[in-house]
Design a binder for this molecule. Structure first.
Ligand code: SAH
Ligand code: SF4
Length: 416
């Protein structure tokens, strides 16, 4: 979501006559688009800001803007703490970047924006095959560990007409894939629900693949499962964050489902769409998590056998209920549990990937591989990365590839 917001800010700046540069010494303006989901992201921002402050010494006209969730969370305090910053913009106010550059008076833009869902901002997209498209903003779930509802505000769905127009234009510009973005896409609601929206977008000629993140397990409906099964453009992949395998921890997290409830959804998904790829998020070391709770998460991973996971150590965030909870675990316990989770999942992912060896997969070629410039890279419908040798004319096309080698995080193929 942040990367997409950055593309929007680049789009706004382009209209104002700016151009992107990779060399910070040449920049007239540096925009930091910050994330505060975990403390680590905040630390990264602080060290980068230190470098930018130094650049101001050699280029006094350089302006520094801080956007994103850290900006939202700290607001005025940020300007006090870091006087070298010129503008502070929260995620609901990125459209004000234009005004910010034209005034020396207002420097802070962090108010709640009830119109955020109606803003159709210009987007300077980095890629030319697959695009992100926001379908909703904010979140109303208030999971006890999460800062998002406080920084991105209340949940608001974008009108279906605006989404359709954006996707239609993307198709006309040659894009083949869209990923619909929202913190909880299953609760999308404008003049239609999420299933209605998928059916509408499935009619856009030229778009070969539709993906979406993130689905909340509590709100995953049977009708959405039917959509994944029946709509040809909707990919057979779902990211369904479990967070923990322990019901006691899930309750403390305020997730609104039990493990039993979750696994029933998985069974239903696999029954209806046997080839579906399922990925998840896990938080290790939530306050008061016991060895038994941790084991429940390990058991869940072994039982479900996800195609991939993102796992994080619990990070206490300001203003969230989990910050005040008793039983905070020491860092070494949290990381030891995290490594155990990652190790077990690595084995599961590798075993699952082995099943692809010798199969023929349909790949949407995105461009040159990031790890080997002699190869092209694309994804299967289940979102697995495949690298293979072929000439550049394949970029942006759907091609059939035989999987010849299996790595932990990617597959290697041979074009056929
Ligand atoms: N809306 C999405 C996820 C948004 S944040 C959802 O509900 O699934 C992405 C992931 O970051 C979360 O799924 C969670 O696993 C992780 N996360 C969020 N806050 C965290 C925190 N305080 N500490 C550790 N991980 C966190
Ligand atoms: Fe955060 Fe929960 Fe909302 Fe996801 S659903 S953004 S984890 S509050």
């Amino acid at each position: 979501m942040n990367m997409y917001d950055s593309e929007k800010m680049a789009g706004i700046l382009l209209e104002e006559g700016y151009a992107l540069t990779d060399e910070s010494q040449k920049a007239d303006l540096i925009v930091f688009n910050t994330c505060s989901i975990r403390q680590k992201a905040e630390q990264k921002f602080k060290s980068e800001l230190g470098r930018a402050k130094y650049l101001k010494k050699t280029n006094p006209s350089l302006k520094i803007a801080v956007a994103g969730c850290i900006a939202q969370q700290q607001g005025r305090a940020m300007l006090k703490k870091y006087p070298n910053i010129d503008y502070v913009l929260g995620p609901q106010n990125i459209h004000k970047l234009k005004d910010a550059l034209k005034t020396d008076i207002t420097k802070i833009f962090v108010e709640e924006n009830p119109e955020v869902q109606y803003m159709d901002l210009p987007v300077l997209r980095k890629e030319s095959v697959a695009a992100w498209v926001s379908i909703m903003y904010g979140c109303d779930n208030f999971c006890s560990y999460c800062i998002v509802p406080y920084t991105r505000g209340r949940e608001r769905s974008r009108p279906s007409k605006n989404i359709y127009t954006e996707v239609y234009r993307l198709a006309s510009d040659g894009f083949k894939e869209v990923t619909l973005l929202g913190q909880n896409v299953n609760s999308y609601r404008s003049d239609m629900d999420f299933v209605g929206l998928l059916k509408l977008l499935n009619t856009v000629e030229g778009i070969e693949r539709i993906r979406f993140v993130t689905s909340h397990p509590r709100d995953l409906s049977d009708s959405l499962i039917t959509c994944i099964k029946e709509l040809p453009r909707v990919c057979e992949h779902i990211h369904l964050p479990l967070q923990s395998g322990s019901d006691r921890i899930l309750k403390l997290m305020n997730r609104g489902y039990t493990f039993d409830h979750y696994i029933k959804k998985i069974e239903r998904l696999r029954k209806e769409v046997p080839e579906i790829a399922i990925t998840t998020d896990i938080i290790s070391g939530f306050p008061s998590e016991t060895e038994a709770d941790h084991k429940a998460t390990i058991d869940a991973l072994k039982t479900i056998e996800f195609d991939g996971i993102f796992a994080f150590s619990f990070s206490p965030r300001p203003g969230t209920p989990a910050l005040e909870m008793e039983g905070r675990l020491p860092d070494d316990v949290k990381s030891q549990r995290l490594y155990e989770i990652l190790d077990i999942q690595d084995e599961i992912t590798t075993n699952k990937n082995m099943k692809f060896k010798g199969t023929i997969q349909e790949i949407l070629v995105e461009g040159v591989s990031k790890t080997d410039s002699d190869k092209l890279s694309g994804r299967t419908r289940g979102n697995k990365i495949v690298n293979f040798r072929a000439d550049n004319s394949c970029a942006g096309r759907l091609v059939s590839v035989e999987i010849v080698k299996v790595m932990r995080h990617s597959l290697e193929g041979k074009a056929i």
